[in-house]
Design a protein around this ligand. Structure first.
Ligand code: F6R
Length: 251
């Protein structure tokens, strides 16, 4: 595991964007699985700029959303699908059939999870998985639990996650209670994983995930088992990491 600490959110985003650029230049048909949320916003904006400036052609990539709220349609502005439309897809003009999203309005959610799992398998595997981390240690919407869930599944969101994400909704009551999330095994099969963390609110979760025992109580801790993980944290998120585990400092 490589752990890079960047001096700012901007620097963290630049390294992450460059890493994605490298992956897509090497393999234009890369399969990328991507987290939504505040942390990667600037990364996706940078990819849009790279595309506009013809530094890299993203039109051949395939994307998988890591999660989606149950009960929101794909045209709901608060859905993660719309998040990606806004920050990435319309900038890199990706055809719809290359965009994979769990359908939060599916009538049969169990079937939808199965369909999504099969799409992941059929894609030939994820080349690069871009993750954020919840302040409770979740990755995707794999919430702290007594066990890890392997495949795409419906998950009841924790109070902490709903509170954190209520900023995108009217209030806590309006915030979805359930989501569909890619499972841990599907994530761990990715060839490379990049975990981004920004801000003091992520410092404890990040330190526990990287330095404590692997446990489903801190879902991100499973990443210690993966052979190719790059963690990029800004200084605020890295403040609880001891100097000896940091592999690089980026100014
Ligand atoms: C969202 C996702 C979540 C977020 C996490 C951090 O697709 O996978 O795990 O990455 O909740 O969210 P932000 O970046 O908003 O702090």
């Amino acid at each position: 595991m490589q752990i890079a600490v960047a001096c700012s959110y901007e620097a963290m985003s630049e390294i992450a964007a460059q890493e994605i650029l490298k992956t897509v230049r090497k393999k234009p048909q890369s399969v990328l699985a991507l987290a939504a949320g505040s942390t990667p916003v600037l990364v996706y904006e940078k990819l849009g700029r790279f595309h506009a400036e013809k530094e890299c052609d993203f039109s051949k990539i395939t994307t998988f959303q890591i999660d989606e709220y149950i009960g929101l349609s794909t045209d709901d502005k608060r859905s993660f699908f719309q998040f990606f439309q806004k920050y990435l897809f319309h900038k890199i003009t990706l055809p719809l059939h290359k965009i994979h999203t769990p359908r939060g309005m599916a009538e049969d959610i169990a079937l939808e999870c199965q369909r999504y799992h099969e799409e992941i398998v059929m894609s030939g595997g994820i080349d690069l998985l871009v993750l954020g981390i919840g302040s409770n240690g979740h990755i995707g919407f794999n919430e702290p639990d007594d066990f890890f869930t392997a495949k795409t599944h419906a998950v009841e969101l924790s109070e902490a996650t709903r509170r954190a994400n209520s900023r995108f909704f009217k209030d806590l009551d309006d915030t979805p209670k359930w989501a569909i999330s890619m499972g841990i095994e599907e994530m761990m099969h990715a060839k490379k994983i990049m975990l981004l963390a920004s801000g003091t609110g992520k410092a404890s979760a990040l330190a526990e995930a990287l330095t404590r025992d692997i446990t489903p109580k801190i879902p991100a801790s499973i990443l210690q088992f993966h052979q190719d993980v790059l963690v990029i944290a800004d200084e605020a998120a890295a403040m609880r990491l001891s100097a000896d585990i940091i592999t690089e400092r980026i100014i």
